[in-house]
Design a binder for this molecule. Structure first.
Ligand code: ADE
Ligand code: ZN
Length: 339
């Protein structure tokens, strides 16, 4: 039973956490007609391959129109994670998606912060924000996102990252963007080695000031690269169900989580875009137990790796590590007794 293991997640896309029911609710509330064919059925989005997933994700994100929508999606995601025993979640937010529907950086930030505060009050779960730019929109848009972020510093914005189409542009084109973020004291991570192979990971490590990799899973194809990742203590934000759903690996038995861990890589478990990939942080931990053979001690070690690699401030990290060591998955029970 992995339910009581305290969990931490470093890699999920806030816009990609909303299940179809929430997307429909927000669309109704905002008077938006969702595109035809967005859903396969009541509970599932319709998409075929990775580019088509990005299209569906973009389309569903358009239901977010107001700060209140960001508050609700954040609160509901954190509540769901707390129910599964998560104590810490870092969420990627995308100001480009907000801008696409006319929302300012501050509106999107204020809503997300409100959701984080309400969820910590009600469930004891700690949430933080990693602002992301979108690779296929190019470095000029990335610079706008980074500048907006730096102009409005917030203690909950702890990192900077980039998702999107890994085949677009070269990572070195984004160095000025990441330099701005790193020089402002933010931790940096980038998607690499998900769709593309080891070359994309070399490009990330050579070009950008990153300490973590979004996925990075295809490093397993290059022993020298794995050695470098181990030597430099680069943390892998692994997302097994996402990888199987998008066809990077055929099934869990082929997923290199165990091989990367055995090689000495710092590995973490993450849900990426949970409703698209039929997963959750709880399911990732359960799968790690069932398919990868991790016992409770190994699962706790994964949480420890995530908390140690989190971009959170030192005193919050200490508090979270104490909770991991104390064994209380979250404060939910205490809170429920108080309510
Ligand atoms: N944006 C949302 N999910 C993503 C993923 N898994 N990879 C790259 N960009 C994304
Ligand atoms: Zn991702």
């Amino acid at each position: 039973m992995t339910r009581t293991i305290p969990k931490a997640e470093l890699h999920c896309h806030l816009e990609g956490t909303a299940p179809p029911a929430l997307v429909r609710r927000l669309a109704d509330r905002n008077g938006i007609t969702l595109p035809e064919g967005l859903f396969a059925d009541e509970d599932n989005f319709a998409w075929t391959d990775f580019p088509d997933f990005l299209r569906a994700y973009d389309a569903a994100s358009m239901c977010l129109r107001k700060a209140e929508d960001y508050r609700d999606i954040t609160y509901e995601y954190l509540a769901a994670c707390a129910r599964e025993g998560a104590i810490y979640i870092e969420m990627f937010t995308s100001p480009d998606h907000a801008a696409e529907v006319g929302m300012s950086y501050l509106d999107h930030l204020e809503g997300t912060v409100a959701g984080i505060e309400d969820a910590e009050r009600d469930f004891g779960i700690v949430g933080r924000i990693i602002v992301t730019c979108v690779r296929h929109l190019g470095p000029d848009r990335g610079l706008v996102v980074a500048r907006d972020m730096i102009a409005e510093p917030h203690p909950y914005v702890v990192g900077f990252g980039m998702g999107g189409d890994e085949t677009a542009f070269h990572l070195r084109d984004f160095l000025p963007v990441f330099r701005l973020a790193a020089d402002a004291g933010l931790g940096c991570t980038v998607h690499a080695g998900e769709v593309c192979g080891p070359k994309s990971i070399y490009a990330a490590l050579d070009a950008l000031p990153v300490t973590r990799l979004g996925h990075g899973v295809r490093a397993i194809e290059d022993a020298k690269l794995v050695e470098r990742i181990v030597r430099d203590g680069i943390v892998l934000e692994l997302c097994p169900h996402s990888n199987v759903a998008t066809g990077v690996y055929e099934d869990m038995a082929s997923h290199p989580f165990p091989a990367l861990a055995a090689a000495g890589c710092k590995v973490t478990l993450n849900s990426d875009d949970p409703p698209y990939f039929a997963t959750s942080i709880g399911r990732e931990y359960a799968t790690a137990a069932e398919d990868f053979g991790l016992d409770d001690e190994a699962l706790r070690a994964v949480t420890r790796t995530a908390l140690e690699a989190a971009f959170v401030d030192a005193s919050t990290r200490r508090r979270l590590l104490d909770r991991l060591d104390g064994g209380a998955p979250n404060l939910m029970k205490e809170r429920q007794q108080q309510l």
